[in-house]
Design a protein around this ligand. Sequence first.
Ligand code: FES
Length: 101
Amino acid sequence: MFKRLHELHVPVTFDFEGETVTADDGESLAEALLAHGVRHVRNAVVSGQPRAPYCMIGVCFECLVEIDGRPNRQACMTPVRAGMKVRRQRGAADVGAGGEG
Ligand code: FES
């Protein structure tokens, strides 16, 4: 069970799979999802098994999600902002899809 060690300072909401999540503006998306009780943020490419954020420092890539239609975003390295739309990443995403720019 994950729990924030502080109260929300500047609450904002965003969408995760159609559900409204309240988080602190600027906290990491992975932190916000874990604090909300989300344990499944993507599916493994080969087995399809559910995966969750692990390292929280941008190393393991277990936290890949789709943000505003752009796949392969690391939730642990992405600050929450109001209104963002986040979806689970299911399997491998097209590397060229939704790239930078
Ligand atoms: S949790 Fe490991 S890279 Fe995000």
